[in-house]
Write a new protein. Sequence first.
Length: 200
Amino acid sequence: MTVHTPPAQRVSVVVGDDGVARCGWAANDPEYRRYHDEEWGRPLREERALFEKLCLEGFQAGLSWITILRRRPAFRAAFAGFDIEAVAAFTEADVQRLLGDERIIRHRGKITATIDNARSTLALGESLTELIWSFAPAARPAPLSDLGEVPAITPESTALSRALRARGYKFVGPTTVYALMQSSGLVNDHVAGCHLAPAG
């Protein structure tokens, strides 16, 4: 599944010590809980913020989302706040600097992909926000009943992945892109019983 949850997590909804029912993946970690309540599934349309999410989802590939979430302040410091023009101007010296930064994920391919993705964004000729949101699916008629129903890939994420790749973006496979769609509110995958589940 593409929700940012440990693979072994099977409980769909958990009521926290604050009495609030949440998706089970957000139950046990305070940072996950904050992310679940304040960010995940909420519509995000600001260009820099969407670019940041796109890049961090790429860094997450093969790792747990909590690893990225806990390092997000360091990523922001290392990548100039994900200012698109600033990142696009990074040089090999910046790549070497980032490879030496123990606070982030030191993966050359993901680092250079972030720089290339910034350059691709500048070359788009359109808004990254408009491009991404043009692939938003219609809202579901009712919330998913449990975490087991959450898809890993959808036709829309596959199409968006293809569109991004055609424009030079990297680390944007369909699963990664669906996670972006979840986290940026193109879809609402809060399950039934969660206090943020969409109205049926």
